[in-house]
Design a protein around this ligand. Structure first.
Ligand code: ZN
Ligand code: ZN
Length: 140
């Protein structure tokens, strides 16, 4: 297990159970955000449904996972702590999700917005929705 995982489990006074480790491994295998249902289904050979949902809830509270939306569909992935800070582009047609890192300029713009409203931003989320290159070719 990644030392970071063990540390977070410890810091949150959670017990380091096998089910939790298994669910973490499943999340760690995903290359892009996936639906909660899919994660739970992947976990089913190893634990029952309610255990999987309960662990996701614990992971959410401990900051191990990040719940995001791809369009109207709620998805889950490991948090920035594990994946690094990034955002997503999602295709409303085929559902493809592409991760991108924000530019320095974008970070600066966000900082200026916070400054303008004397707002201390602790996090932000951003999603670009639209049609991917592959799907836009199919339309024409
Ligand atoms: Zn960002
Ligand atoms: Zn597409």
């Amino acid at each position: 297990m990644p030392p970071l995982y063990t540390k977070i489990i410890k810091d949150n006074h959670l017990s380091n159970t096998k089910s939790r480790r298994t669910l973490f491994k499943i999340l760690n295998q995903q290359s892009q955000p996936v639906s909660i249902r899919r994660i739970v289904n992947n976990a089913l050979p190893f634990m029952n449904k309610s255990t999987a949902y309960r662990i996701l809830n614990v992971f959410d509270e401990a900051g191990i996972i990040n719940l995001t939306y791809a369009g109207w569909k709620q998805t889950v992935e490991l948090s920035d702590t594990f994946k690094g800070h990034h955002h997503h582009i999602s295709c409303i047609d085929c559902g493809q999700i592409i991760a991108f890192e924000e530019t320095h300029d974008l970070v600066e713009q966000l900082r200026l917005v916070s400054l303008k409203y004397q707002f201390k931003a602790t996090s932000h989320s951003l999603e670009l929705r639209g049609i991917c290159a592959h799907c836009s070719q199919n339309i024409t």
